[in-house]
Design a protein around this ligand. Structure first.
Ligand SMILES: Nc1ncnc2c1ncn2[C@@H]1O[C@H](COP(=O)(O)OP(=O)(O)OP(=O)(O)O)[C@@H](O)[C@H]1O
Ligand SMILES: [Mg+2]
Length: 628
């Protein structure tokens, strides 16, 4: 007998399901797309426990007959295409007939559905890919799909799932993107009984943006529109001031479908090129309408990628849509409310603090109770505890104060004390390592950027910014290694708004973020409150740093290690370093140079640029032809 056999339907369905259903968010994506294809105008998504135990999607679309419901969970059964030609002109979000069969293969699936012209509806329950029951049932027009116990039939998959709130964050992301791509549909998302997103379905993109990203982003948005050779781009782009530390808010939809596209991201980022700082990314929601024959979305099982027949035109159209939007904004002054974190930081006086409390509505909210048991990582300095030693003089016993090297106790003409102690450290001589101040002569500062120094028969040029960056970084790093980052308490805690994904990442890495010296905790829906920051960090830069730290965590998708910590510490240390183009006085120069010369063998800033360049006396004399 040969070794090859055709796999059973049960096994092959599970293999196919693996491609479509990776996690709860993939189920929600498929169910939402089915609801859109069914022409729903109202969709409600409800989940519990990160979707793993329970997900329910209800729509008011066209519904299914009993027979269609029965067929819907059969692999490759679809109402959306029928011929090979149809594949090249797909106008619906679904077309493979694989989603419901995949979901049914790996969960307990229930469907309630009713078409508009039927009196009664249908209830169907399936498990392990098999229909357990299908009966007539009273239900409203439309379809409700209930998915319970995801991966109950493939427990190995469970291992790859993250914590409930992380999975809920991924789901929220999917719902948010659907809401942004279809402002004509009213979308509601309820997580553990709490309403998180609700769009009005008034066909206004700005309403959907407001519901998903909040007031600040919505206010920063400018309409974008451009058409070229049959490619129509429309949507909104945010002003450069609302830029983000990652690409999470770059949204591209092709014919109503969310896609990830390096091509389109590049086009938009090029349009913003001179407006944004490095490593900043625009927020945008851009819809690309294109003839279905000119785009292939059948290149990836999750349909998240697209291949355009004419990439150049699409690139152009997106570029100009964004560019024009940015250009337009220059002529339309917008009055927006700034939140406290966007105001340039000036240290408050008692009067301004009072004023700010009067005028800043956010601050009036009740601050959450801090669970101090959670905030352990940054420890205040405590001297090491040693058991106190005792000295006896005849009958009297004295406690020796804890050892302080500078105090000399002279014992004259007193009988030699008997020391009863098990603490050997008392007897030890403390040899404090006193490093000598390096010898150098400051000759001056040139271009307000480089310090000229004479040292060890050489002339040195020191880049003041690179030097200061390095010092701050080294200090922070050594504190971090001891898990003892010294922090400053903010006079006014800062509230940072995050996207669903960012919030989930924060919750997952809260302790590690605290260890970096940012003492922050969740604060309401998708907000965190930062109460302390590292002493070496900049007060005016909190929001940006938090965004970047979070995006480094999500890009690495793992827990912190030395490499990642080093990157984050660079980022924290670099912002506040003395800038180039700043005049320094001789005390400042002396302090900077003393510190930098005490760092052994370090001659680069954390980015790898040199701190010092040297000119030997020989070299200089050769230039002057004093020696040959
Ligand atoms: N919410 C719904 N309302 C009405 N009909 C639905 C709904 N969900 C699924 N169906 C019907 O069930 C069929 C199978 O759905 P399924 O999602 O498995 O495949 P598809 O949407 O056709 O393709 P794809 O696998 O690409 O999503 C659909 O073609 C559609 O006819
Ligand atoms: Mg589908």
């Amino acid at each position: 007998m040969g070794r090859i056999q055709v796999l059973s339907k049960n096994v092959s369905d599970k293999i196919a399901a693996g491609e479509v259903v990776e996690r709860p968010a993939s189920v929600i994506k498929e169910l939402l797309e089915n609801a859109v294809d069914a022409q729903a105008t109202v969709i409600t998504v409800e989940i519990k426990s990160g979707g793993i135990k329970y997900m329910r999607v209800t729509d008011n679309g066209i519904g299914m007959s009993k027979e269609d419901a029965r067929l819907s969970i059969i692999r490759h059964a679809t109402s959306k295409i029928s011929t090979e030609e149809d594949l090249s002109r797909i106008a619906t979000l679904g077309f493979r007939g694989e989603a419901l069969s995949s979901i049914a293969a790996v969960s307990k699936l229930e469907i309630y559905t009713k078409t508009r012209n039927e009196e009664t509806g249908t209830y169907m329950i399936a498990q392990n890919g098999e229909i357990l029951d299908i009966v007539e049932a009273g239900c409203p027009d439309g379809t409700t799909v209930l998915v319970r116990e995801l991966f109950c039939t493939v427990p190995a998959r469970m291992k790859f799932l993250k914590k409930d709130y992380t999975e809920a964050g991924y789901i929220e992301d999917i719902v948010a993107r659907l809401a942004l791509s279809h402002p004509e549909i009213s979308v509601k998302f309820i997580n553990n009984g709490k309403e998180i997103i609700f769009t009005p379905g008034d066909n206004q993109l700005s309403s959907a943006i407001y519901a998903v990203y909040g007031k600040d982003i919505k206010n920063a948005m400018v309409e974008a529109e451009y058409e070229e050779n049959g490619v129509k781009v429309h949507g909104m782009c945010a002003k450069a001031s609302a830029a983000r530390a990652n690409r999470n808010m770059e949204n591209f939809f092709v014919n109503g479908r969310y896609i990830k596209s390096a091509l389109l991201a590049h086009a938009v980022e090029e349009a913003y090129k001179n407006e944004l700082m490095v490593k900043k990314f625009p927020a945008c929601v851009l819809n690309i309408e294109i003839s279905p024959e000119m785009v292939d979305i059948n290149i990836h099982p999750t349909k998240l990628e697209a291949k355009f027949a004419d990439e150049k035109t699409v690139y152009h159209a997106v570029y100009w849509a964004a560019k024009n939007a940015l250009y337009k904004k220059a002529y339309i002054p917008e009055v927006t409310e700034t939140k406290p974190s966007q105001v340039t930081y000036t240290r408050p006086t008692p009067e301004t603090v009072k004023e700010t409390f009067k005028s800043a509505p956010e601050i009036k909210r009740e601050l959450p109770k801090i669970d101090f048991s959670k905030v352990t990582p940054v420890k205040p300095f405590e001297p090491p505890k040693t058991e106190q030693a005792k000295i006896s003089f005849g009958e009297n016993t004295y406690k020796i104060p804890e050892k302080k090297p500078e105090i000399k106790v002279e014992v004259k003409e007193i009988p030699k004390p008997v020391i009863e102690t098990s603490v050997p450290v008392i007897e030890e001589k403390v040899v404090e390592e006193v490093r000598e101040k390096p010898v150098f002569k400051i000759c001056g500062q040139v271009f307000n950027t480089y310090i000229i120094v004479e040292k060890d028969e050489k002339m040195l040029m020191v880049d003041q910014h690179a030097a200061h960056e390095r010092l701050r970084y080294e200090k922070l790093l050594s504190q971090y290694r001891e898990r003892n980052v010294v922090t400053q308490i903010l006079l006014m805690p800062e509230i940072v708004k995050l996207t669903a994904n960012e919030y989930a990442t924060f919750c997952e890495h809260e302790t590690e973020i605290c260890e970096l010296g940012y003492i922050a905790s969740p604060y309401g829906e998708r907000e965190i409150i930062v109460r302390e920051i590292p002493m070496e960090a900049e007060e005016s830069d909190i929001e940006e740093t938090i965004f970047e730290i979070i995006s480094m965590f999500s890009a690495n998708r793992k827990n912190i290690d030395d490499d990642l910590a080093a990157k984050m510490l660079y980022r924290i240390a670099c912002r506040g370093a003395i800038k180039a183009n700043k005049e320094l006085n001789s005390i400042e120069m002396d302090k900077l140079l003393t510190d930098i010369f005490m760092l052994d063998n370090i001659n680069t800033c954390p980015h790898g640029r040199p701190i010092t360049i040297e000119f030997t006396k020989d070299f200089i004399e050769k230039q002057f032809k004093r020696i040959v």
